[in-house]
Design a protein around this ligand. Structure first.
Ligand SMILES: O=C(O)c1ccccc1N[C@@H]1O[C@H](COP(=O)(O)O)[C@@H](O)[C@H]1O
Length: 216
């Protein structure tokens, strides 16, 4: 199971996170977020992140020119579209060579059939909790609804994931295989600053579960 750690911007915190080798690091380019990268994100430092760790830019209903500029400036390998972007928007960006993660706001009434039009134009889906904010709410949805998903397109799970609910999540993942999880606000000591010890703990839990599965 892959791990994405989202909402990073502090250089020392990013350095510490890199040593844990997450699969993805996310940077929020949504100005209204408390985790917004701002204008002072260190380009040089981002360019030095090992290529095995994929850099993801998170955008909410941004225009394609801005997205392309940020991709080039920070050498982003993925864009996460976390607003109400339509399939054609994903298609246009993907045609420009970008890897697309499209997020969807999920509640108990979520209709998975609406994903069909997105499938040809996305690399990964991301299921987050529906709420008043576009993302970063720290609230989980009832993951049992994932059993209704056909899993034709691999997905990341997000929304309020923490060390308190990871065991429950891993139990669901045994029935509903997921590409990875995306952790964010429940691991923060301050907006945009992650508690590295807590990240180490969740990685250990994921790895123990994977080891148990190999042994069975
Ligand atoms: O984190 C934010 O502030 C944010 C703002 C706008 C769009 C997405 C955002 N983050 C994404 O939200 C989910 C869930 O985060 P949380 O664990 O509930 O805090 C995650 O995918 C982040 O990438």
């Amino acid at each position: 199971m892959k791990l994405k750690v989202c909402g990073m911007r502090d250089a020392a915190n990013i350095e510490a996170l890199i040593s844990l080798k997450p699969d993805f690091i996310g940077f929020i380019f949504y100005e209204k977020s408390p985790r917004y990268v701002g204008e002072e994100l260190d380009e040089e430092m981002l360019l030095n992140i090992p290529s095995s760790i994929k850099k993801v830019g998170v955008f909410v209903n941004s225009n394609p020119e801005h997205i392309m500029n940020m991709v080039k400036r920070y050498d982003l390998q993925y864009v996460q579209l976390h607003g109400s972007e339509m399939p054609d928007f994903c298609r246009v960006l993907r045609q420009k060579g970008l890897n697309i993660i499209k997020s969807f706001a999920v509640d108990n009434d979520f209709n998975f059939a609406m994903l069909n039009n997105y499938k040809p134009f996305c690399d990964l889906f991301l299921f987050d909790t529906k709420g008043e904010l576009p993302g970063g709410s720290g609230v989980a949805f009832d993951w049992n609804i994932l059993r209704e998903y056909d899993r034709e397109k691999p997905f990341l799970l997000s929304g309020g994931i923490s060390n308190e609910n990871i065991d429950q999540l891993l139990a669901i993942a045994a029935d509903v295989p997921m590409y990875g999880i995306d952790v964010n606000s429940r691991f923060e000591t301050a907006p945009g600053v992650k508690d590295i010890e807590q990240i180490e703990k969740i990685i250990a839990k994921i790895r123990i579960k994977e080891k148990q599965e190999i042994e069975v």
